[in-house]
Structure formats: structure tokens, C-alpha cells
Design a protein around this ligand. Sequence first.
Ligand SMILES: Cc1ncc(COP(=O)(O)O)c(C=O)c1O
Length: 324
Amino acid sequence: MREAMATAVVGDDGYSEDPTINELERRFAELVGKEEALFVVSGVMANQIALRVLAQPGDVIVAGRSQHLVSFEMGAAARNSSVQFATVDDASGTLALADVLELIDAEGDHQPHVSMVTVENTHMLSGGTPWDVDDLRRLAGAIGERSLHLDGARLFNAVVATGTSAAEYSAPATTVMTCLSKGLCAPVGSLLAGPAALMDRARVERKRLGGAMRQAGFLAAAGLVALDTMVERLNDDHVRARQLGELFAAAFPESNYDATTCRTNIVSFNHPQARQIVEELSQLGVDGGTVAPKRARFVTHAGVSDDDVDYVADVLARFVPSKR
Ligand SMILES: Cc1ncc(COP(=O)(O)O)c(C=O)c1O
């Protein structure tokens, strides 16, 4: 990846003249079956641009309560797009169709216009849960003319876990984004794809958000290596996450964590002492985090090896949270 970055052919992306960025955008658009794609610096920027092109100020966006767009983007949707969310339960990782339709139906009761629905695949907070593509198709079919945005920060984890292709997952969605960083190992970069007319507007919105780039083809070169060589590798992360899930389930039975729910690269469980456990395990060399006050999260990636899993097993075999 470093070599590809060092030798990348670059140009001025402000004029769409960076051949490496153009190639990355073309490749992603092809992979997800959309007309065009746009390279942006981060997943948040991809999501925020999607809102800017799919919703109007004052609109309501239906989303899962714990989706990244709702809970982890620092209120960016309100700040950047003057939209509000109407949220539904997404503890299982997916949205119940009846819940979504009820919110849309409320338009008939003097409530604001619902312009779009967003889903997350895989769904981070529930533990990297992949969507069943038939559920996505049903959802898209039921919301009619409204747009569907797919936050696929970990789309390729879902692809590898389910065998559903990126194009199949993206077909029901108006726009789809993915992150080249995270499991795909690029140092920076995300992509947003959709119909050409929307992507023209997305390019303008990227500039408005300060995200226009120039000779950034060396970053796109890393992205191409990510798409070419890092997708199949995700299965190793999934196998190790399941092993870790079983270790955590055994170490903290009071969490009632069911490791069979770990289908991709995220182990996430509720525990009354989640913050303390994360802090004390970190001191022992097992790094995780919390994603809600009583919810711990441990993620596998290319930097986590089988030896590391054995190390975690050793630590957890001896671990008891201190009395505080
Ligand atoms: C589901 C989801 N969407 C979007 C993002 C944002 O990506 P970035 O950190 O590149 O802005 C993340 C980041 O963790 C994520 O988990």
C-alpha cells in the first residue's frame, strides 16, 4: 500500500484530473452498481453529503436510534443540513418495517415531511450485524419515492459475512457509502456513490464542507489497494472476533452476551461495569472502548493476529474487575 501511494500518478482533482482518484471512483461505482462515485476524506463526510443531496432543511430522516449518523456524528446532521431524525429501535441491527412506516404515516397527522430513510450495514452498535438483503429490498419497496441512504462504512464486512455482493446490497439504496479505512486498512478515505446527477451535486457539497482535494491520488492509490487486497482478508477478522466473543462471553457471564451474534468483526456487549472493564483490560494490553455508558466494544482488524487472540485468552482467564 505504501509503495502504491509513493508511485501513484496524480493530477488536480479540483478539475477531475487526478487519474488515480478517477479510477478509484470508477471502481467503487462499478462495485456497487451506481452511475458515479465521489472520493471523500471520511465516512462522516460521505454521510453528511448524502443528507445534503437527499434532504431539505426541516425534513425528517428516519433512522435507527444508534446509527452512526444519529448518535456518533456530533449533531452534524442538524448543524450541516438543518434536518431532524425520527428514530426507531435498532437494537437487533435492522429496522422493523412497521416502525418505519408508522413514522412516515405520521406525515398525515401534521408532522413534517419524511424525505429519506437511512440504514447501517453492518450495524456497528449491535455488534457489526449484517442486513439480510431481502429486508433491505422490502424496506426500499415500502418507502416508495423516498430516498434510502446506506451507511456502509463496513459494507464489505457484510459482503464477506453473507455472500451478498456489494451491488446487491446497494441496489435498493439511492446512495451508498463505504470506508476504505477501518478493516480495509487504507490510512484515510471513504466513497459515496449514487446516480450521476446526485453525484454532481455531491461534488459541490463536498467543496462547501471544505473537502475538495487536489493531488490526492496517493490517497486513492491506497484505496485501490484496499479494494483489491483487503476485502477477502476481512474473513480472518470475523473468525478472530467470534473467538474473542466466546472468550468475553465466558469471562463475563453476567453480561448475557451471546457470541453467536458476532457475525463480523465487532464484539459488543452490555455490562454494568463496562467502562471499568475496558480501562482495566487496556492496562493489561487488551484495547477496547465503550460505545454507550454500559456497552463495551472490541474490534478485530489486520493488526490483530491469532497470537493476540491467545494473549486475550490468557488475560481474560485471570481477569477480575477491581472492587471500586
Ligand atoms: C457505521 C459508521 N458510519 C460512519 C462512520 C464514520 O467514519 P469516519 O470515522 O471515517 O468518519 C463510522 C465510523 O466509525 C461508522 O462506524
